[in-house]
Design a protein around this ligand. Sequence first.
Ligand code: BGC
Length: 729
Amino acid sequence: METASSSTSVAFGALETAEKLTAEQIEERANRLLEQLSLDEKIWMMDGDYPFWEGFPEMMGGGYAAHTWVAGEVPRLGIPGIRFADGPRGVVLKGATTFPVSMARGASWDTELEERVGDVIGRELRALGGNFFGGVCINLLRHPGWGRAQETYGEDTYHLGVFGEALTLGVQRHVMACVKHYALNSMENARFTIDVKVEPRALQEVYLAHFRRVVQAGVASVMSSYNSVNGEWAGQNPELLNDILKQDWGFDGFVMTDFMWGMRDAKKAALAGQDLEMPFQNLYNLGLKSLVEQGEVPLERVNDACRRLLRQQIRFGQGRNPQDYTPEVVGNAENRQLAREAAEKSIVLLKNEGAVLPLKDVRRMAVIGRLAEIPNTGDGGSSRTQPAYVVTPLQGLREALGHEAVTFDDGQDAERAANLAREADVAVVVVGFTHEDEGEYSPRKRDTRVLAILPEPTTPLAAQIVEALREGKPRPGQKGGFSPGGDRERLSLRPEDEALILKVVEANPRTVVVMMAGSAVITEAWRQQAPAIVMLWYPGMEGGRALADVLLGRVNPGGRLPCTFPVSTADLPFFDRQAEEITYDLWHGYRKFARDGATPAFPFGFGLSYTTFACANLRLSSDQIGSDGTLEVTVDLTNTGTVKGDEVVQLYISVPGSKIERAPQELKAFKRVTLEPGETRSVTLQLPGSELAYYDAASSWVVEPGEYEVSLARHAHDQAALKASFQVR
Ligand code: BGC
């Protein structure tokens, strides 16, 4: 068997075929292979191929991205096993293309673009020897302080679902995809210990509906989360795995644990529907065989898990031509161009008073702020990528304007920076966060419940690691690994960055503030003073060029916020990084703002353009539909300005006479449209009746008959939205 350090081969085994198979043929092959496997081999397939204490120091030392992580390779039968590499901002293996983070891509509101991103990710991964992409992260952004906010697409269930679906469809042209983290994993620091309480309605409508969409789109795998849900760990939670995922949604792929700490008890996990323990041999390896032999876990459960693993390996091995996956497909010019396009389409123009942007006639630009000159692509945990280069904002602007035209100050001394700004025609201040402020978090000291998963140390190094984890001391030999990250300490910028902005704006009224962050930022200390504000997010390896394109007007910004930017944390749901228990309900994001009558700084769906648009003539295909029908909603959209631009038409619904409390509005469809100046186009959105359903614990999904209101809006707080009513019979 391969070991942790030798698993870089591009061997997909006998399951890779040029031939295309029908679903029946795939099933037949899976069953045939299953019959040939011994019980030991079956259990071997159900966990990672690395002995725990061999793999653990490497993984914890940052080696997670050194090669693919293999599970269940059986050379005797040509079974390649699962060959995992992470994402989501690109494949984490060396040389792959680094895209903007998911939150940025969510701000593009362009699912066709997301599918193209997925296509590149899948193709690059297969060329790098992987067959399984772990980066379809669609956890809901309940609170913008969540450390891994950047790995997901935003705060809205519908928007998350269609983005997750698009990425999955693109990736799965080449390799298996895994959607994660199932479920209710919306906090970071407490992820290994928190119990999330949730009622059936909030669970189904708000926290699971997007997972269901991705499952129905055919995702190969689902990764269970670390946290506990209603008193049971998600990795061994029968309601989540057996009942909802496998039974109700008919999922025929495999479930796998989140890495190392995602399973607590082998028997419970097996019986709950957990198929694969990743990435090491641990609890299944120690206990599953005797549990089967003693009749505590039926053999059929083990067969079912293996059938699921085999089915997906066969499904994604068939119809392949190795010539499509040569090394040249990795990080090539075409893929980097797509990274640039994605970054351009992600940028959100938040404020542009006095039409500061696009910048014209720049002779001298002062670029200010430490983030302008460091590669800042986001999180330093499992999503950290290794691109060939990163174009910083400073580099992008210098390339565009000429080196001499752009001066730079890191902003450490605000007075000095202001002086530089004073001498320039325009100042660009780049501020925000890095992986030190937000990202994945790996606590040094482990909770006793977590430590209980560790197998007996087999080496002196292993014993030292256990001791270090117990005491919260640095681990021996630790190099690399996760940077601080975690849930954010604050939603506003650092006080010194806020002071810097104010100083520079005072020195030069033609100042653009560019923010880099993974989710919402509170901007109250300086929002009124700054004439122009641009949200750059973590924009990937080509981000600096994309920024220059937008600031100089070569590209007209068309991104829209995928999360609400609040004025104050008081308008957000309860969030405590250290909580041991928390309740998730129906209320967060724009739904909560609308219910509470609160006004955000920048609403969900908001973004400006260098042109203007007008919407008119809203019409419905019918004034009534059945719950299984589909309504077509059409509007005439005109670019009323003088430059080409993109608008995102957003469809929200409300149910004024509902018997139950519903969100005042909910996003149900959207479309990003490009229009030439003066062009008018009819834009049609589809609204399936099933999207109108709410969840009732007693009777499942219910589409209430009665009156519904549809709004076509430019964002969630658009007072000028066009509205029309229709009836559901
Ligand atoms: C993260 C997952 C990731 C896994 C493997 C875990 O710590 O939560 O998102 O896929 O590591 O890298």
